[in-house]
Design a protein around this ligand. Structure first.
Ligand code: FAD
Length: 446
């Protein structure tokens, strides 16, 4: 059954016929081209230092095919941007699930982070010259980019702590400071850093202190010290850089939107971007379930003389995984519809729900699959170990779970406390009145 026939009925009326056709193409491209190519990509990367110097040729082959099929820049939603493939967030959400099943599929279709978020920043807030210089080559997949916010010396989940200084001298800004977890900075094609720092240190308003500046990655004064690992995986050639800025000079025209507008920009950037990861995590969970089902029906591996699938507990893992993935998918698609019908600001609650729930769900499903494989599950012989480690980072990247939960809890509490207290008090009073009217005993604390 093709992907378009498996769209949840509750969202199906919102999906165009063109999107359904494209969804089926995405599924076929990922399952038949990208997943086998994941192994080629890793082999072409090779070992040692060269992993940071090459662009595995298989990727360019896939990009050419994706462009031909029209599977390019699918992420830019049609009601906000003219530069994308013309789909809604919901339609892209259905497609992104498949992209999440493969390591290379997102980049092969030019839908990979952090370029997607950076392209949204440039499309939404960039001026014409900035768009010409950076957005055009990013949209064409000719260069890559990184987003530099997190710093090694401060708790960066609170963006008001960001310290990198952006000091104006004549027609230039001079940047000094350190960044780390700059994803994508390892790639030799990474030509642009979108850098957040403090330009106007005079303001008392912490939410107006940050600014975003475009910095070419080869600007003198930039040093990439090292690449950080994720549970031992290097993520080459993309990588996660630890970078310092020592009197790095850029023209004042590289400021995005204006001094002090940094918060506005990151909020715009991270809105839909947060659910892109969630959408792909559904695909990672689906792939883990596929591997689990295959393993528990493997005739050659029968502990205690029985197929694993004949054990009740394993069937329960399959059933629970099915329920959890299907429920998580609805949360993501609901957030996408909410963004489509309003904007990311109106969908803060739904985006937060997806951002928190989906990685946790995917981790649970992947962990079951790891367990079903025994020792092989933690090795390089299945995609599960890498998949688990990557999805685990999503509970921290783009803001840790705790911060989102706190904000969500605060909003829910503030918006509902008065109304709910009034409603429950009224219901108690009404119950007392009814009991009295009917001459009945009051047997609970009303
Ligand atoms: C794989 C990966 C890729 C990344 N890519 C990028 C990137 O491209 N660009 C970039 O700028 N950054 C990137 N990051 C960094 C990421 O955004 C930060 O790590 C994240 O925002 C948390 O900041 P921190 O590490 O400074 O942790 P801290 O702010 O020091 O927080 C540490 C821990 O404190 C707890 N905590 C924080 N606030 C609260 C609270 N209010 N209540 C309870 N507990 C709390 C949380 O458990 C949190 O994990 C990436 C991170 C990872 C892992």
């Amino acid at each position: 059954m093709p992907a378009s026939a498996r769209i949840p009925p509750i969202v199906e009326p919102f999906v165009s016929e063109r999107a359904k056709k494209t969804l089926d193409l995405v599924e076929e491209f990922v399952e038949k081209d990208c997943i086998p190519a994941d192994y080629v990509f890793e082999a072409q990367l090779g070992e040692g230092d060269q992993r940071w110097k090459i662009n595995p040729p298989i990727l360019e082959e896939l990009k050419a095919k994706a462009k031909k099929l029209g599977l390019w820049n699918l992420f830019l939603p049609k009601n906000h941007y003219s530069q994308g493939a013309g789909f809604t967030n919901l339609e892209y959400g259905l497609m992104a699930e498949y992209l999440g099943k493969s390591k290379v599929a997102s980049e092969a279709t030019n839908n990979s982070a952090p370029d997607t978020g950076n392209m949204e920043v440039l499309a939404k807030y960039g001026n014409e010259a900035q768009k010409r210089e950076w957005l055009t080559p990013l949209l064409e997949g000719k260069i890559r980019s990184a987003f530099l916010m997190t710093e090694p010396d401060v708790a960066s989940s609170d963006a008001t702590n960001i310290q990198l200084s952006i000091h104006r001298e004549g027609n230039e800004y001079v940047l000094n400071g350190s960044k780390w977890w700059s994803s994508g900075a390892g790639d030799p094609r990474c030509k642009l850093y979108v850098v957040m720092g403090k330009a106007d240190t005079q303001t008392k308003n912490a939410y107006r202190a940050q600014s975003v500046v475009l910095v070419p990655s080869d600007t003198p004064g930039i040093t990439v010290h090292r690449m950080l690992n994720i549970y031992g995986y290097d993520d080459a050639p993309h990588g996660h850089g630890h970078i310092s800025f020592n009197n790095v000079r850029v023209p004042v025209s590289n400021m995005v939107l204006g001094e002090g507008r940094g918060f506005e920009i990151i909020q715009g950037r991270l809105g839909p971007g947060r659910i892109h990861h969630a959408m792909r995590s559904i695909g990672a969970a689906e792939r883990a379930l596929e591997w689990l089902i295959t393993r528990v029906n493997d005739d050659k591996k029968k502990p205690f003389g029985q197929l694993l699938s004949s054990h009740g507990v394993i069937l329960e893992w399959i059933a629970k995984s099915r329920i959890e993935i299907d429920a998580a998918r609805l949360i993501v698609l609901n957030a996408a519809i909410k963004i489509d019908t309003g904007d990311a600001k109106a969908a803060l609650k739904e985006i937060g729900q997806a951002k928190i729930l989906v990685p946790q769900t995917a981790l649970t499903v992947i962990d079951r699959a790891v367990q079903a494989f025994g020792a092989a599950g933690v090795s390089q012989d299945t995609p599960l170990a890498y998949s688990w480690s990557f999805i685990r980072t999503l509970r921290i990247a783009d803001g840790p779970d705790e911060v989102h939960l706190q904000q969500m809890g605060r909003r829910e509490n503030k918006s509902r406390k008065d109304e709910l207290t009034a409603k429950i008090n009224w219901q108690k009073a009404e119950a007392r009145r009814l009991l009295n009217e009917k001459g009945l005993k009051i047997n609970s604390r009303l």
